[in-house]
Design a protein around this ligand. Sequence first.
Ligand code: UDP
Ligand code: MG
Length: 318
Amino acid sequence: MKKITILIPAYNEEEVLPQLMERLNKVTRSIPQYAFEYLFINDGSSDQTLEILKKQKIQDSRIRYMDLSRNFGKETAMLAGFDNARGDAVIILDADLQQPPETIPEMIQWWEQGYEDVYAIRKKRDGETRRKEWTSKIFYKVIDKMSPTKVYPQAGDFRLLDRKCIDALKQIRENERYTKGMYGWIGFKKKEIQYVADERAAGVTKWSWSNLFKLAMDGITSYSTVPLKIWSYIGFFISFIAFLFLAFEIGKTFLFGTDVAGYPTLLAAILFLGGIQLISLGVIGEYLGRVFVETKRRPPYFIRETSEDESIETDDKD
Ligand code: UDP
Ligand code: MG
């Protein structure tokens, strides 16, 4: 019997968990030829998420959980899931039911046909604000343009990954993770399917603007060196403009004998160049910061407790 892990990172999701379990159970009951494990990564929730999981585990032995020592973010929570998943395939699912679990059987069908990474893209976005739709569209466009490997736009983390992909992803131990870029980078046979995105079932989104900005920065700086290189082009361009401006001023003085106004042009040039320099310094800082974080080689996360703690022997039948 093939085993499939449903990996669910959860951060303050107490409100949706009962609903999630209900929908998941309905789906997994419809495909009894597979053994499932529900692997929850509690990402430092400050609500009752862990307590609810513990309670549900008593009723359903397929549930496993890892309790991280603090909130590490979804990217790292997923890594903790990859490290601990036992399935022949892993399906990553958000806890908030924005991604319908009903898509899972279709994913498995494609997996059985030999695809190693079956990812679901959203067809229509029902319950999302315009702002988010707009920002994510631009975000993916920019990343794909800058990235040397193909980034699959609109493809999120909702996907089935074969054991081979999981073993590959586990080897990437970057701390500032941008997993969406890794799926393309590791390769393997990919298949795209579609799903209709739902509204968040309950609770509020955990993404804030600053989160989004950080993810965008991580996404760009971990997959592209374009921001580092672009400044030389801009520098050339500015020098060229400055040269033209100078030639124009000199020509004007020679031909018409007009006075050269001193300080406004000077000030404009200084401020303009100063700004450019600060921006490029910031870009270098961004990369340097990444190098700094990675050279520390810290473990990406810590686990406080797991569902296996008390019953390692009895739990490990498989
Ligand atoms: N999540 C997490 N850690 C975080 C933020 C989010 O594990 O720091 C989980 C969250 O519980 C959910 C998934 O990641 O299962 C997606 O989060 P959310 O729905 O808030 O993001 P959105 O769908 O708005 O992009
Ligand atoms: Mg969500």
